[in-house]
Write a protein that binds this ligand. Structure first.
Ligand code: NAD
Length: 455
């Protein structure tokens, strides 16, 4: 099938590469010339394990190409996936300007029936807005061409995006039940035929329910994290090990083990903005989502939990102190810094006068870019942060190690080496990477999340 992907970011590039991998003829469009130039010169603009191989293989096979040519992109695909960003607007609602712009382009240039697929995470009712934008463009051209808008939200995780896309837990596709909607359903079935025949279930539903399903999934995952973080904070006060509790409850099949790790808050491009957007949707319908408001508030507080532990130990003035910071990305295996907890911590530490030597396996460049924006009001503070070339160098001469992202290499680090390289043997661990008893037995001070009783 001929498929166009509009927006070649984390989701669009993975979707395009993986749909080419199963044999489709894919055209990826982006307005960002830099991204397209990198891709056309054989590079990958993001860090995503395994993606480079899939892209290279399919470009070589002639099934995958990249361009900024809007007209050619509309002409190419019988199916047009919209995978552009939907960042939070100032009021927390999803900013749909990129989605609507993509829809307008389709309406402007289409010359045959198109199935338009909302792949971006978009609020309930967005398919109607996409339809209206296309219809308006068609009307201004006095064209009576048919099209159908479907919703096919994406559930991949950054860091495991290729594997998630190729072996999805489920596919959700929303379509209308009218003639064009049913025609679109048939075409979408062909798009995902190889997935369905490999046993990956497709849940067919109406468009609005599909749009809502994506928000419900992210809201549920965010809720589990904030729930555990709140309990972890209480666990520290009442003398309970939250990790033992996690295991104790996660073994109950009604609860399940996933997304129960306490830590220094969730970040990324999805959970924070999707929780906010769902809250905003509820307000538009004059209904209050009390649980999700709390989830968001708990998470914002949790991003300060490491800072609070550091201030509790050293006082509010951190001048003269140097912290080794392990992990900048919002989670491992990605260079994505959107809403990363590290950004909140860095603000707190630098503004309190501390020095930081940070290390992240892949996110350093992106971190430097976002920190320049975060500190636009006080760029001089950025003289207090440096970036090490490896994890051990960051430790050298530091008063304490602070762990923000659970990269595997940090988990397997030798505690003896950490101890001997730091100036003082102190670890603030925002991801509970180590067994507190082991750290303690080595004569180190350890501040994990919700495990104070053991440390
Ligand atoms: P991204 O910012 O990485 O990529 C979006 C891309 O769209 C950018 O490269 C941008 O230049 C391009 N773009 C914007 N307007 C365009 C236009 N009119 N025509 C062509 N290209 C255009 O964003 P992302 O992380 O890939 O997220 C995309 C959507 O998918 C969002 O709605 C997000 O919530 C959702 N989503 C993201 C993830 C994730 O893990 N990143 C997972 C599931 C769903």
């Amino acid at each position: 099938m001929k498929i166009t992907i509009i927006g070649t970011g984390y989701v669009g590039l993975v979707t395009g590469a993986c749909l080419a991998e199963v044999g489709h003829d894919v055209f990826c469009l982006d307005v960002d010339q830099r991204k397209i130039a990198i891709l056309n010169s054989g590079g990958i603009p993001i860090h995503e394990p395994g993606l480079d191989e899939v892209v290279a293989r399919n470009v070589a096979a002639g099934r995958l190409r990249f361009s900024t040519d809007v007209e050619a992109s509309v002409a190419h695909g019988d199916v047009q996936f919209i995978a552009v960003g939907t960042p939070p607007d100032e009021d927390g609602s999803a900013d749909l300007q990129y989605v609507v712009a993509a829809a307008r382009n389709i309406g402007k240039y289409m010359t045959s029936f198109k199935v338009v697929v909302d792949k971006s995470t978009v609020p309930v009712g967005t398919a109607d807005r996409v339809s209206a934008a296309i219809a308006e463009e068609l009307k201004s051209r006095q064209s009576a061409l048919d099209f159908a808008v479907t919703s096919n939200p994406e559930f991949l995780k950054e860091g495991a995006a290729v594997a998630d896309f190729m072996k999805p837990d489920r596919l959700v596709i929303g379509h209308a039940n009218d003639t064009q909607g049913l025609r679109a359903q048939q075409i979408m079935r062909e798009v995902y035929a190889s997935f369905e025949s490999a046993g990956h279930k497709i849940y067919w539903m109406d468009v609005r329910s599909a749009e809502f399903t994506k928000y419900a999934a992210n809201a549920m995952l965010a809720t589990r994290i904030s729930f555990m973080n709140e309990l972890a904070n209480l666990a520290d006060k009442v003398g309970v090990d939250i990790d033992a509790v996690r295991q104790g409850i996660g073994s109950d099949p009604r609860i399940g083990p996933g997304f129960l790790m306490a830590g220094c808050g969730y970040g990324g491009s999805c959970f924070p903005k999707d929780v906010q957007a769902l809250v905003k949707t509820s307000q538009e319908y004059d209904y209050e989502l009390k649980i999700l408001r709390a989830v968001e508030e708990v998470n914002e507080n949790q991003k300060h939990v490491l800072g609070s532990k550091i201030f509790a130990k050293y006082g509010k003035n951190l001048q003269g102190l140097k912290f080794a910071l392990w992990g900048l990305a919002f989670k491992p295996d990605t260079d994505d810094m959107r809403a990363a907890s590290s950004r909140v911590l860095i603000q707190e530490l630098l503004r309190a006068g501390a020095h930081i030597v940070a290390f992240d396996p892949v996110a350093t460049e992106e971190a430097q870019r976002v920190l320049a924006l975060d500190f636009a009001d006080a760029p001089v503070l950025l003289n207090q942060i440096h970036f090490a070339r490896d994890a051990q160098t960051a430790l050298s001469d530091a008063d304490a190690l602070v762990i923000v992202t659970e990269w595997k290499i940090f988990r397997s680090a030798e505690l003896e080496t950490i101890k001997s390289t730091l100036k003082h043997p102190v670890i603030f661990d925002g991801r509970n990477l180590f067994d507190p008893r082991t750290v303690k037995s080595l004569g180190m001070e350890y501040y994990p999340i919700g495990r104070a009783v053991l440390s």
